[in-house]
Design a protein around this ligand. Structure first.
Ligand SMILES: NC(=O)c1ccc[n+]([C@@H]2O[C@H](COP(=O)([O-])OP(=O)(O)OC[C@H]3O[C@@H](n4cnc5c(N)ncnc54)[C@H](O)[C@@H]3O)[C@@H](O)[C@H]2O)c1
Ligand SMILES: [Zn+2]
Length: 380
């Protein structure tokens, strides 16, 4: 790991997906040309650098990134309208057409500049264009820095559900300039910080407590606090992704809060944002663990406190029997594609999961139902 004041380099290393560095820092965007040159294999420069960005991020940072890359190779900027609803087949088609029109060949690279939507969509374009060309991830939202830019998952949504078509396509490198979050709205920051809270809850109690203590500063976009949080999350996610193959599917622990979180998100018709849904999912899943006697008492309340400090609602809405049915049905449907019972990642306490059941375990429906019903009574 390179350490240079406010710049760090973390390495993701997997057997299947190879090895790539994640450079995290304040003001590191300027390192882009050097990193591109360093990561070209065989000494040849890429023949074309195709920046893919949504319209908002392109407006904010497109020219800067283009300016940095000018001189290495011909640079083109390909934009799509912002928003999750555009992470779809139509935009995939428009972007691949646009690359072809502008003459991007097999020796071109995609530079994915933006939030998680851009990272997933541009990553999937790169994974499929001419059977796959390299991609560089430059995340600009906290969701993307803390979660999506590391791990190599790319994809698009279908009318039938989110992320149903995709590919593993690890980047050549990831460049995380925390200063880029300066233009991010406060509510978008909270969405990303939920995943940071999750990293703390599953792996690192000290980090969890720091997030609670610094929540205000983080929501305000304080650059030092943001740098520390993004770096710790990148380190934790990189470690989990790197150890996954050796540790029997360790990566599953990243799903903490997501089984019920996804059910809440889907049953709201996706009006409840992902981070807000996962925040409630973490509290509920911690309550499931407490009810089973495998999670230390008080864990769910502590997580709820963290969620509150991020100015999000920690508890789900009233859960009458019909809503409980709907949520259970959603959670089961999510799993059906994988043929099996619904599995939950359960904590031992804040900062620790439970390896003994293979990182996640099946839970009887009735236990989950009781927790969902109980959510009503606890709502403030
Ligand atoms: N691949 C993975 O492992 C993984 C993990 C988590 C989430 N995701 C995906 O990430 C997506 C959500 O990501 P997101 O929340 O970043 O959404 P997003 O990319 O839509 O970004 C949210 C909004 O913020 C804007 N924005 C981004 N950076 C900005 C900046 N620096 N300043 C001002 N505005 C900025 C965007 O234009 C957009 O309007 C979902 O599609 C989800 O499925 C993927
Ligand atoms: Zn998530």
């Amino acid at each position: 790991m390179r350490s240079d004041g406010d710049i760090r380099e973390v390495t993701v290393e997997t057997e299947r997906a190879g090895r790539y560095p994640v450079r995290v820092g304040r003001g590191v965007l300027g390192d882009l040309p050097e990193l591109v040159r360093e990561h070209v294999s065989g000494g040849a420069d890429p023949a074309h650098l195709a920046i893919i960005s949504d319209d908002r991020v392109a407006e904010l940072y497109g020219d800067r990134v283009r300016g940095l890359l000018d001189g290495i190779a011909p640079v083109t900027l390909h934009t799509f309208p912002h928003g999750e609803q555009n992470k779809n087949r139509l935009q995939w088609a428009a972007l691949t057409d646009s690359l072809l029109e502008r003459g991007v060949g097999r020796d071109g690279w995609v530079i994915a500049l933006g939030g998680g939507v851009t990272g997933d969509l541009a990553g999937f374009v790169a994974a499929t264009y001419m059977r796959g060309i390299p991609v560089v991830q430059i995340p600009t939202s906290l969701v993307a820095m803390i979660d999506s830019a590391v791990g190599g998952k790319t994809g698009i949504d279908l009318p039938g559900g989110k992320n149903l078509v995709g590919a593993f396509h690890p980047p050549r490198f990831v460049l995380v300039d925390v200063e880029l979050t300066g233009t991010l709205p406060r509510r978008e920051r909270a969405q990303g910080l939920v995943e940071a809270l999750k990293h703390g809850a599953i792996l690192d109690v000290a980090y969890f407590e720091t997030l609670l203590a610094e929540a205000d500063r983080l929501l305000d976009g304080d650059p030092r606090a943001s740098f520390r949080a993004v770096l710790r999350s990148v380190e934790l996610k990189a470690r989990v992704v790197s150890l996954d193959e050796r540790e029997g599917g360790l990566r599953q622990i990243l799903n903490f809060g997501h089984t019920l979180g996804h059910a809440l998100e889907a049953s709201s018709g996706y009006r409840l944002p992902h981070g807000s849904a996962v925040a409630q999912g973490m509290v509920l899943e911690a309550r499931v663990g407490e009810r089973l006697g495998v999670t230390r008492r008080g864990t769910a309340d502590r997580i709820a406190e963290g969620v509150r400090r991020l100015e999000l609602e920690p508890e789900t809405g009233p859960s009458d029997e019909a809503r409980v049915d709907a949520l259970m049905e959603r959670a089961a449907r999510d799993k059906k594609a994988r043929a099996g019972a619904v599995r939950y990642v359960l904590l031992r306490e804040v900062g620790a999961t439970r390896p003994e059941e293979g990182w996640s375990r099946e839970v009887e429906d009735e236990v989950v139902r009781q927790v969902l019903r109980g959510a009503e009574g606890r709502r403030v």
